[in-house]
Design a protein around this ligand. Sequence first.
Ligand code: FAD
Length: 469
Amino acid sequence: MQPVHVIGGGLAGSEAAWQIARRGIPVVLHEMRPVRGTAAHKTEDLAELVCSNSFRSDDADHNAVGLLHDELRRSGSLIMSCADDHQVPAGGALAVDRDGFAAAVSAALAAHPLITIEREEITALPPEDWDSVIIATGPLTSPALSEAVLQATGEDALAFFDAIAPIIHFDSIDFDTAWFQSRYDKVGPGGTGKDYINCPMDKAQYDAFIDALIEGPKADFKEWETNTPYFDGCLPIEVMAERGRETLRHGPMKPMGLTNAHKPDEKPYAVVQLRQDNALGTLYNMVGFQTKLKHGAQLEIFRMIPGLEDAVFARLGGLHRNTFLNSPKLLDGTLRLKARPALRFAGQITGCEGYVESASIGCLTGLFAASERLGRTLPPPPPTSAMGALLGHITGGHILRDEPGPGSFQPMNVNFGLFPPIETPKADAEGRRYKGKEKSKAKKAALTRRGRADFADWMTAHVPPATAE
Ligand SMILES: Cc1cc2nc3c(=O)[nH]c(=O)nc-3n(C[C@H](O)[C@H](O)[C@H](O)COP(=O)(O)OP(=O)(O)OC[C@H]3O[C@@H](n4cnc5c(N)ncnc54)[C@H](O)[C@@H]3O)c2cc1C
């Protein structure tokens, strides 16, 4: 049997290689370290964790990443079994001894009889006779391969600043203050005239907000980020605020063409706009609010915005170098490059974010490639599961727009906003009505219950069993 080639032995590539080999299919895993390093990796271990040692919450009942842990464990994941074996105390989170963890992943892959590890940088697109390839080279993909992928995809950007604006859960916005309206009520192609959520500010609120932005603590640029070009359309809001107190009011916070639906006679001094971020309509992003403010400061400052006092953030803003594809446009539902289906992509390069998310997309890509080699068709996991919801974000759930800079698709951690909505249970099994925070806990429990059941059905019905461990 011809091998599947996996390029990049990080979180995604290691998991993909494992899932393929345990189904009796040979794998060649190409990892460039230590021949060539990256700006963040320090060792030659496979699945090295470049920063924090946390896999985040391990609560599979109330947390979306906890549900991913559960689905990975059910899939026989190498990343999760090594994480479990090298766990360190971290409250409700799953944190690991990073050296023990990466050494265990490296040893398991090296010991598998069907896996060959080649230490080499792949600098060009793979030759045509590699008929099944997974590219899992991560956010720090080497420049030569980035260039080759750019040429294959025909896109004009692949490696750039990942300028991200915060994303907010729709149901945490206060509509006694905010209202729906497009600027000048423009319907546009495909709009309704009420496509944006607007949050008004008077002069005193605007002044206090600008002061907070200018004074707020900012994250420093890492040294490897300094050579990456800025997109002018993606300047951080605090940089704009520093350029002049009125800059934001004439930029992303301009009040023109908007009438406060609650106080039609009061002209807002400035307006913050939010735009639908996913097809489900459960998430909204803050338009033009990319920022390098520290996360704690973002929570404090953005909750000063009228209507967002209780906002729950699905993702906070940030700027760092990242390499990722415009996946909703370029990849099909099983992560194949539409223009060259022998190539699949996995991990952060597909537009997910985080260790666990990258391992999960690695797991899925491995399962898709293995099924194909075995002559089977594996449908994507159900959108109600955590892996299905994440895959949906990457390959279809996001609304694509033509905008300056890298485009509107941005990497994301898994979160409940990516899941199809569910009716919130009103009372517990004894008929006692949920109050306050109990309601949101009950909703999360209902989402994870549904996801677990659907994922288990999908595994049983479609995923080829492991035969070679
Ligand atoms: C500086 C930084 C800090 C981060 N901190 C966190 C954090 O704290 N928590 C978190 O959850 N996520 C964090 N992330 C995101 C994290 O990188 C990803 O979540 C995860 O490591 C991505 O997994 P991956 O498998 O896609 O890529 P990686 O784990 O980066 O693996 C990619 C592998 O491909 C190899 N490679 C690259 N190019 C080539 C080539 N041409 N040929 C052969 N091999 C190649 C690399 O050496 C690497 O081993 C951080 C990312 C960066 C850049």
